[in-house]
Design a protein around this ligand. Structure first.
Ligand code: SF4
Ligand code: SF4
Length: 382
């Protein structure tokens, strides 16, 4: 029987009685673990975006990671769980993240090697050299375990985006600066995905995050797990589940340009009742909100100029909700373009300097930095 591109399995909650059988069925149907050898060190690249509790839906749930670690051990492997969120990449910072996200309480084997190494990616389209987290290089195999969330810059955070966590947190701003355009940033992510080539990509969509993701959104139960051996095919279904147009997901567009992913879910071999989990009213945030202007005014030079003007006028941008802001300066510190200065204890954004990476929105601890769409974009979207 032909291997499915994507497997979707129901998982109602994070109780052990739900998690273990769902995960076992998912992995078995997505190709199984016959490739494991005794003693193999398997790196589980989780999403540990910040020191946030499991019930915020910001991180991969510890119950799932614990079940996967148990399964790998039963096959004689040595699992290790890790990530590098934005911020410092050291033991003190990660200890806080591990504690808050429930990793310690779940008794997980956690990474404590915070070295950084330079690698070459000779096959890459855009990112031929990179500085990456050393721990994952020392693993014999990688399993990517992402969380499904809405995302300001990339439309969604799922399998493909999760491997940005292999770039040490302290160096992430440099990558935003090297690749300020969403299309280039996405190409860099696809290069990373191709370099790491995880054996399996799993997405935790038991409880996803909608709205102001990837850290300040709202938990939204979807009740399923997804898996596949190609991250973009898994993400194509994820986009469909949350009502997001694939054209609004730069990594999907980049993967499609490279022939790694079809245009629509109809071209995928899907194993599982995925339609049951579609949430059309899922609150998303996108750069372009489905507005396409490539052919405005019939193409040509005038059309291209008009498109550029329109795209600039409708592009989403960060904006502060003053009532929520506590003046902590985190946004100022993480901004790779140095576009934020504090005025009267509130961030002021230099629009010309802003590269719209949405790091400020991602790392605001109070959810005060929002992705805002200009009035023209809202009008056109109607
Ligand atoms: S990170 Fe958030 S709360 Fe802190 S200053 Fe910036 S907008 Fe305000
Ligand atoms: S202001 Fe925010 S979106 Fe703009 S460059 Fe700085 S961090 Fe990125």
């Amino acid at each position: 029987m032909k291997q499915a591109d994507v497997v979707v399995v129901p998982c109602a909650d994070y109780e052990p009685a739900s998690v273990r059988p769902a995960l076992e069925a998912l992995i078995e149907r997505a190709g199984g673990l016959a490739w494991l050898r005794p003693g193999m060190r398997v790196g589980i690249k989780a999403n540990l975006v910040a020191a946030m509790a499991p019930d915020t839906a910001a991180t991969t749930h510890p119950a799932l990671l614990a079940a996967l670690a148990e399964l790998l051990r039963e096959h004689g492997a040595e699992p290790v769980v890790g990530d590098s969120p934005g911020g410092l990449y050291n033991g003190a910072f990660l200890s806080r993240v591990y504690a808050a996200s429930g990793m310690n309480a779940a008794g997980l084997p956690l990474n404590h090697d915070f070295s950084t190494r330079e690698i070459e990616l000779p096959e890459a389209r855009l990112c031929r050299t990179a500085a990456v987290t050393g721990w994952l290089l020392d693993c014999d195999a990688v399993i990517n375990f992402a969380k499904l969330k809405s995302h300001g810059m990339m439309g969604l955070s799922a399998a493909a985006k999760n491997l940005f966590g292999t770039i040490p947190g302290t160096m992430k701003p440099e990558y935003h600066f090297r690749f300020p355009k969403p299309a280039d940033f996405a190409d860099m992510l696809v290069d990373l995905d191709e370099f790491w080539k995880p054996r399996l990509h799993i997405v935790d969509a038991v409880v996803a995050m909608e709205g102001n993701g990837p850290t300040a959104g709202t938990p939204r139960p979807l009740g399923c797990l997804l898996a596949g051996q190609n991250p973009h095919r898994v993400d194509l279904i994820c986009a469909r589940l949350i009502g997001l147009d694939p054209a609004d997901v730069p990594t999907l567009r980049a993967a499609q340009r490279r022939g790694l992913c079809p245009e629509t879910v109809d071209a995928l071999a899907i194993d599982g009742p995925w339609r049951e989990f579609v949430a059309e009213d899922f609150r998303i945030i996108t750069e372009r909100s489905g507005l396409q202007f490539q052919n405005a005014m019939g193409g040509g030079k005038r059309g291209a100029l008009f498109s550029k003007f329109l795209n600039r006028s409708i592009a989403a941008r960060p904006g502060v909700e003053k009532a929520l802001c506590v003046g902590c300066r985190k946004c100022e510190q993480v901004c790779p373009a140095k576009a934020i200065t504090m005025k009267k204890r509130r961030p002021a954004i230099d629009r010309k300097a802003c590269i719209r990476c949405f790091c400020c929105q991602e790392f605001c601890p109070k959810g005060a930095m929002k992705v805002r769409r200009p009035p023209l974009a809202r009008l056109l979207a109607r």
